[in-house]
Design a protein around this ligand. Structure first.
Ligand SMILES: *Cc1c(COP(=O)(O)O)cnc(C)c1O
Length: 231
């Protein structure tokens, strides 16, 4: 069996190759998605050099972050955020990638503890327009991003999306391209914007080819999850 370090190296190598192939000047960041994984599994990957971890649930992420606080890891919330969880999220995470409505801007801004650097924020956009999913409509990105940029305890960093895993590769590619165009527009409007978070275990090479600057990978790092924990 591969050690966590070997698995991590393999994934990082694949990311690097995809970035090179796409002629990308900047490194693509890896977010290790640790939902449903134990603190011990996170610790093992951290020992192999991984710093950034993503969680879907506020409480689960806050507990792991607290248990592993001594390691100084970077924690990202990537799951749907209820407004009554803003306080806990703003204290436990370094990034919130799932900001998708104005109410969360005020909630997170108010709740970010004094003395901490601003909370990094990605606006989650729903490019497929599915009613069941989180994410704001593409035409609302500009206004929402403007609110984030104007909040003193938040720092607008870019966009996050979870595109529908469409069987047709041409359709998948077209969706990723639309996200890239939205991201380019946002970056033109806001100089601090540097992060386009798209791509998971099944499609991260394609996502990198289409402009992802951060990929969120769970299964390819930790193996299959016992139960599907998303959507
Ligand atoms: C679970 C999850 C991932 C990782 O998915 P894998 O297929 O295990 O790589 C990435 N992003 C989000 C938002 C998720 O919920």
């Amino acid at each position: 069996m591969e050690t966590p370090e070997q698995t991590l190296r393999g994934v990082l190598q694949t990311i690097e190759n995809a970035a090179k192939l796409a002629g990308r000047p900047r490194a693509v960041r890896l977010l290790a998605v640790s939902k449903t994984r134990t603190a011990g599994e996170v610790r093992a990957l951290a020992a192999a050099g991984q710093r950034a971890f993503g969680e879907n649930y506020v409480r689960e992420g806050a507990d792991k972050a607290a248990e592993l606080a001594a390691l100084g890891l970077e924690w990202h919330l990537i799951g749907h955020l209820q407004s009554n969880k803003c306080r806990e999220a703003a204290g436990a995470f370094d990034w919130v990638q799932s900001l998708d409505r104005p109410k969360l801007v005020a909630g997170l801004d108010r709740a970010r503890p004094a003395g901490r650097p601003p909370l990094n924020v990605l606006v989650q956009v729903n490019v497929d327009g599915e009613a069941s999913k989180s994410g704001c409509a593409p035409e609302d990105v500009g206004a929402l991003a403007g609110l984030v940029a104007g909040a003193s305890n938040l720092r607008l960093r870019g966009l996050m999306a979870i595109p529908e895993p469409h069987p047709d590769p041409a359709r998948r590619r077209a969706t990723l391209r639309r996200l890239r165009a939205l991201f380019d527009q946002l970056a033109a409007d806001h100089p601090g914007v540097d992060t386009l978070s798209m791509g998971m275990s099944d499609d991260f090479e394609l996502a990198i080819a289409e402009g992802a600057t951060m990929v969120r990978i769970g299964t390819a790092l930790f193996g299959p999850r016992p139960t599907p924990a998303h959507d």
